[in-house]
Design a protein around this ligand. Structure first.
Ligand code: NAP
Length: 291
């Protein structure tokens, strides 16, 4: 049993936001352009509405400009592609995101491919994914970038450590496995990437110096899956009904926090762990887009 360090994404994100705000202020004083992020929101899915409103709020907090482009859920694919083209062509907009998921009648990959890679601050365009995989300068996807930054700024050195990631999605697990295994600052880990077909998962997770759960199954990671003294990063954020909350729901991580935390040297909470870092990573990418 040990007293784990609770890695606060809220505190780390606040620190980074202050740095970004100071950079924006300097840019203003030097007569340089203020970063301008646009977000395209199709339809009115509750989750997507919330994510986009956070993004707009975050921009205001650091002094960025932002534009929200709202479209009805019945927008055609070609109309949406035109919206993307207009943003590509608009010199005022430095970077933009198209909030996912999109309605079923729209081919998401077609839309993402249409985004100018130099404005693709989500880092989802294949050319940016390719650049990231090759270790070239580019926009890195927000959640993996946020996690690497969170570990670095909380003095968790992953170099030479065994990082086990559960979950291989294109937005979290897979790019994170690439970033952590690169020969780069805040990386150089030995990475094992697990997924639903992984056999003997518990045996593998028990070898992890750093265990990262990105599954989407609340409380899936239990005490018996974690090595004594491990660092645990919980990416999971599943909405579960909670009558005590104004919104009617709470967020649950993939890790059974109360049971697992006494075994860890450090652990991220949900909420307040990876979530705020994902948000701040989008700001970092938007700043990169204008610089
Ligand atoms: P996803 O696309 O649904 O991927 C889930 C991954 O987990 C898949 O690779 C799946 O394996 C794997 N998996 C599912 N059940 C498993 C099991 N029993 N054992 C081992 N692996 C299993 O999810 P995602 O988009 O990566 O998101 C994961 C979680 O992170 C969700 O809760 C999401 O809300 C959250 N999230 C949080 C943030 C944040 O900022 N905090 C950002 C993004 C996502 P297969 O590939 O074999 O199906």
């Amino acid at each position: 049993m040990m007293e784990p360090k609770i890695i606060s994404g809220n505190a780390t994100a606040k620190e980074i936001k202050a740095e970004i705000a100071a950079t924006v202020q300097k840019r203003k004083e030097a007569g340089l352009k203020v970063p301008h992020l646009a977000a395209v929101l199709v339809g009115n899915d509750g989750g997507s509405e919330a994510y986009v409103s956070y993004k707009v709020k975050d921009c205001a907090e650091v002094g960025f400009e932002s534009t929200l482009v709202r479209k009805e859920s019945n927008i055609s694919e070609s109309e949406l592609l035109q919206v993307v083209q207009d943003l590509n062509d608009n010199p005022e907009i430095d970077g933009f995101i198209v909030q996912l998921p999109l309605p079923d009648h729209i081919d998401e990959s077609k839309v993402l491919l249409a985004i100018d890679p130099t404005k693709d601050v989500d880092g989802f365009h294949p050319s940016n994914v390719g650049r990231m995989a090759l270790g070239l300068e580019t926009f890195k996807p927000a959640t993996p970038l946020g996690i690497v930054e969170l570990l670095k700024r909380n003095d968790i050195n992953v170099s030479g450590k065994h990082c086990v990631i559960i979950g291989r999605s294109n937005i979290v697990g897979s790019p994170l496995s690439i970033l952590l295994s690169q020969n780069a600052d805040g990386a150089n880990a030995t990475v094992t990437l697990c997924h639903s077909r992984t056999k003997n998962l518990e045996e593998i997770t028990n070898q992890a110096d750093v265990l990262i759960a990105a599954i989407g199954k609340p409380g899936y990671v239990t005490e018996s899956m974690v090595k004594e003294g491990a660092v645990v990063v919980d990416v999971g954020t599943t909405r579960v009904p909670d009558a005590s909350k104004k919104s009617g729901f709470g967020l649950k991580g993939d890790v059974l926090f109360d049971e697992v935390s006494p075994k860890c040297s450090a652990i991220t909470p949900v909420p307040g762990g990876v979530g705020p870092m994902t948000r701040v990573a989008l700001l970092l990418n938007t700043l990169r887009a204008v610089s």
